[in-house]
Design a protein around this ligand. Structure first.
Ligand SMILES: N[C@@H](CCC(=O)N[C@@H](CS)C(=O)NCC(=O)O)C(=O)O
Length: 210
């Protein structure tokens, strides 16, 4: 049985969505950051970065939320969470997932934790710059979703579930996720899915979801 190491609302929420969409049994293991569990020797043995999430799949231990989503989608092709290798739809899933993780998530992290990057006096200006980047990314995603129900192909893929995580994180920006109409329409549809509602409930996340 899969084991997903998670903390409520963090990057682990994307693979949590994916596990519930697939409908396989799994064990959800809380990494209690308040107690420093993510820096414990036991957890660092699984994930030397001390970051959340980590997936254990038999003798495979995997970190990076996007890698976990890709692995789960590949292991369960019947769930239809990624198109066939070599197809245009799969290439677009790679494109959007990489954009979400390499660009949006990285900028969000810098917006959220500016203290890692600049001295205290520079933090407000740095955050403002990162927020401007994030708003531009949300506009790109909104335009990509115009008249569409998925980022790639016709059915939501792992990229869409990852988008829901990041859309949630961006809900408190000066121009929040909800103010991007096509993005909001798409995320509203995803939120209604039973697997997504089960994920939120298991992490005690209540509305508004983004
Ligand atoms: N690129 C990693 C980033 C994971 C990450 O940064 N996780 C955050 C929570 S969203 C974390 O573990 N933070 C630990 C900390 O704040 O020390 C992934 O997507 O898995």
């Amino acid at each position: 049985m899969y084991k997903l190491y998670y903390a409520p609302g963090l990057a682990s929420l994307a693979p949590h969505f994916v596990l519930n969409e697939i409908g396989v049994p799994y064990e959800l293991i809380l990494v209690d950051r308040k107690k420093g569990a993510h820096q414990s020797a036991d957890y660092l043995a699984l994930n030397p970065n001390g970051r959340i999430p980590t997936l254990v799949d038999g003798d495979l231990t995997l970190f990076e939320a996007a890698a976990i989503c890709l692995h789960l989608a590949d292991r369960h092709p019947e769930a239809g969470l990624i198109a066939a290798p070599g197809s245009h739809e799969r290439a677009l899933t790679y494109q959007w997932l990489t954009f979400l993780t390499n660009t949006v998530q990285v900028d969000f992290w810098q917006y959220y934790r500016p203290e890692f990057y600049v001295p205290p006096e520079d933090e407000p200006a740095y955050r403002a710059r990162m927020e401007a980047h994030l708003l531009r990314h949300l506009a790109v995603l909104d335009a990509a979703l115009q008249g569409r129900n998925a980022l790639a192909g016709e059915q939501p893929s792992i990229a869409d579930f990852y988008l829901l995580l990041l859309g949630r994180w961006c809900r408190l920006l000066s121009k929040p996720t909800r103010s991007f109409p096509d993005l909001a329409r798409h995320l509203d549809t995803l939120v209604e899915r039973p697997a997504i509602q089960r994920s939120f409930a298991a992490e005690s996340i209540t509305a508004p979801f983004f």
